[in-house]
Write a protein that binds this ligand. Structure first.
Ligand code: KIV
Ligand code: ZN
Length: 505
């Protein structure tokens, strides 16, 4: 029988930890629905003890999402584990993931504990977690820089205490494929309890040296039965192993991996778009599997080859990841019902209220643009439905700019039911718009990043603007889309400011 590799998705925990990716509970639930459609085996829904919001997020996902096991992270202490259990207990398949660091530098400098104290704490924590929850995973944080002999000792001890999966993280992305593969092989060989009790060895690789996918796959070859990863590879610093890369490598090179995952790969593209839209983290065009150019053949010689036989230059088919021609789709005569069906088909299950918002925006856009593609609809959902409360709402903008005049913008906002307006000049029209918004919101904003891209082809395409703003070490993302790029810019900037205001009113 073909060996099955479990996919443990941590987009909503480790992925959400990266700067600017913070998601609201509604957005998290929507991503969790998509992960269930992808058929991941475990959803790590958050870190329940981190805040009341995180706790509610994990609990809601545990209550509503069926299929995958629902997991919360917990440090090795009773308070964390109790909170994790209280949040995941609503799932049919509750799962606690508890961790403690095992590398000399982490034990000495961060934990200030001796190796024996670390083993003792790990064992007590796993026992406590098992008393509350049938499924417990233990992680040896920074295993990539830990002494292998110490790992054998702690892994044997936590298995005796009841851990059913043991995770080997390369927390700082330091290892290489051959070293990591050898480590996994040695762990399986030197800890007999792994085979005796059918314990799953999991891996969790960070991408600091661009090796997270390669390291995870080397571990799979060496006997690991689970890979922890995130959609689009988002996560701390350079991110985590990317789900789509790991899954498509195993599928495409089944000849060498000789195993399979349970992932429905046709859902990959939708999941990638959704995570990018909701987190505001753009996918680089040359990103493996899901980048805009991943299946584009520009060079003439390549195009000629692909036209004769796809396999000349394509090792996977776009359909395998659910990438179909952006069909359209809907236009201005389409009704609410058609929109609801189409969104359902795209993986969005909207409440009546959210469907109404999406429909209003759909009609506005359909008046300006003849054909609406899947991408247009994704943007409508991301922009209109999953928005933070709008402290400031854009009423209108009026721009003066041209070859011989100083650009200026008059921006009118609605704030607490009142219309407020300001005119500012700037180096260009976007600068003028942002300066007018700064004056109206009285916020000292540091703009870190501004990107604009056309959502579909044609001069009537919507422009999608993503901005990142920074205030006191926190990054807030906003995006906006419109057929007018200055309106899109104003919307994106206000969305980021409104997001900031929900955290720091
Ligand atoms: O990178 C890491 O070590 C982690 C653990 C909590 C598993 O995210
Ligand atoms: Zn991690």
């Amino acid at each position: 029988m073909t060996r099955k590799i479990l996919i443990f998705d941590t987009t909503l925990r480790d992925g959400e930890q990266c700067p600017g990716a913070s998601l609201n509970p509604e957005e998290k639930l929507e991503i969790a629905r998509t992960l269930a459609k992808l058929k991941v085996d475990v959803i790590e829904a958050g870190f329940a003890i981190a805040s009341p919001g995180d706790f509610e997020g994990v609990k809601t996902i545990a209550q509503q999402i069926k299929g995958p096991a629902i997991c919360s992270l917990a440090r090795c202490n009773k308070k964390d584990i109790q909170a994790a259990s209280d949040a995941v207990k609503f799932s049919d398949r509750p799962y606690i993931h508890t961790f403690i660091a095992t590398s000399p530098i982490h034990m000495e400098k961060k934990l200030r504990m001796t190796p024996d104290q670390v083993v003792e704490t790990a064992v007590e924590s796993v026992k406590f977690a098992r008393s509350l929850c049938p499924y417990v995973e233990f992680s040896a944080e920074d295993a990539g820089r830990s002494d292998p002999a110490f790992l054998y000792k702690i892994i044997a001890a936590v298995i005796e205490a009841g851990a059913r999966t043991v995770n080997i993280p390369d927390t700082v992305g330091y290892t290489t494929p051959w070293i990591f593969g050898e480590l996994i092989e040695k762990i399986i060989k030197n800890v007999p309890q792994i085979k005796e009790k059918g314990v799953i060895i999991s891996v969790h690789c960070h991408n600091d040296l661009g090796l997270a996918t390669a390291n995870s796959l080397a571990a799979v070859m060496a006997g690991a039965g689970q890979v922890e990863c995130t959609v689009n590879g988002i996560g701390e610093r350079a991110g985590n192993a990317s789900l789509e890369e790991v899954v498509m490598a195993i599928k495409t090179r089944k000849d060498i991996f000789k195993c399979e995952t349970g992932i429905d790969t046709r859902e990959i593209y939708k999941a990638s778009r959704q995570v990018s839209n909701l987190t505001g983290l753009l996918v680089q065009p040359n990103k493996a599997v899901v980048g805009a150019n991943a299946f584009a053949h520009e060079a003439g010689i390549h195009q000629a080859g692909v036209l004769r036989a796809r396999e000349t230059y394509e090792i996977m088919s776009p359909q395998d990841i659910g990438l179909t021609e952006s069909r359209l789709v809907l236009g201005k005569h389409s009704g609410r019902h058609a929109l609801a069906d189409k969104l359902k088909d795209m993986g969005y299950q909207l409440s009546e209220e959210n469907l109404e918002k999406a429909f209003t925006r759909f009609k506005e856009l359909a008046d300006k643009k003849k054909d609406l593609s899947d991408r247009d609809l994704e943007i409508i959902v991301a922009e209109e439905v999953y928005i933070v409360p709008e402290t400031y709402m854009l009423e209108s903008i009026d721009i003066k700019s041209g070859t011989h005049i100083q650009p200026s913008a008059t921006v009118e906002l609605v704030y607490k039911g009142e219309k407020i307006s300001h005119t500012a000049i700037g180096a260009g029209p976007v600068d003028a718009v942002f300066k007018a918004i700064d004056a109206l919101t009285k916020k000292k904003i540091n703009l870190v990043d501004f990107t604009i891209q056309a959502i579909t082809g044609g001069t009537d395409a919507q422009g999608e603007v993503t901005v990142r703003i920074k205030q006191a070490d926190h990054i807030f993302v906003g995006h906006g889309a419109s057929t007018d790029i200055l309106i899109a810019s104003a919307k994106a900037y206000l969305a980021a400011i409104n997001r900031l205001l929900t955290v720091r009113p």
